[in-house]
Design a binder for this molecule. Sequence first.
Ligand SMILES: Nc1ncnc2c1ncn2[C@@H]1O[C@H](COP(=O)(O)OP(=O)(O)OP(=O)(O)O)[C@@H](O)[C@H]1O
Ligand SMILES: [Mg+2]
Length: 293
Amino acid sequence: MSSDEVNASGAGVEVDRMAGAVPEPGSVKSDPILIADGVRRSFGGLTAVDVKHLEVQRGTITALIGPNGAGKSTMFNLLTGFDRVDGGRWSFEGKQINGRRGHQVARAGMVRTFQLTKALTRMTVLDNMLLGAPGQVGERMAGAFLRPVWGRQEKANTVKAMDLLERFKLIDKRQDMAGSLSGGQRKLLEMARALMTDPSMIMLDEPMAGVNPALVQSLLHHITSLRDEGKTVLFVEHDMDVIMGISDWIVVLAQGQVIAEGRPSDIRSNQQVIDAYLGAQEVEGEAQGSGDD
Ligand SMILES: Nc1ncnc2c1ncn2[C@@H]1O[C@H](COP(=O)(O)OP(=O)(O)OP(=O)(O)O)[C@@H](O)[C@H]1O
Ligand SMILES: [Mg+2]
């Protein structure tokens, strides 16, 4: 067993990927891949997101947690160009990317999955993957002039898709309609599809929700492997065991604002977090049923 596996299970010596980051809202990181300032979004009179300063450390698993309605998904939508901010700017890999649309953000190397999976159910698993390949729509038009290049590109995309399906244990399902997959397999498909563009950062919105325990283990393994390959993972999750078990850093959102940041040990003992979130989680956990597959 490698030291990282021991670390992921919470039993081994901690590897500090956070290099001295101070556990406080807006905390500065030594090697941030993403830096956001003044990100705001309101819906009518409701302020969904109002994040003053946020940095995500490169090569880490960072969890974004908070009670229902805290603004986690809205923050994802804003950062990845799926919704428009009322104010704010952010840079990714040193490039300012606010104002860019989803596909442009993906091209810059930042991809996301959705809380409700967006697999196209009447399309095969393999075609869903190919749809995730870089520059699908626009370049298909130009393709008439670039037929030989396009052929090579398509072949390369198919090879990459097959490799990812193998890795995510979906290879036997490649010709099945995505709609026939279980909820958990769709989550895996979404994650695999997001990797088609070779992102340096992947944002997962509740990747474990509604997934059976066996697949949760496999998803956790994929998440830690992505980090260990050098990718940055930002994920939204409600399960405290999962969060505490795999995160290098945790950002706590409540009513759109970052109320705390820190390592799992900092967050576990933070009274404000316990009041805003962990207390509510207990109740919510009891009310929630088991996964759908
Ligand atoms: N398109 C929208 N129109 C109006 N209100 C919205 C919209 N999207 C989100 N909201 C509101 O903004 C707030 C933040 O929602 P968001 O979905 O970001 O929360 P969340 O932290 O992801 O919650 P959950 O844990 O339940 O997924 C909520 O009050 C929500 O009702
Ligand atoms: Mg959400």
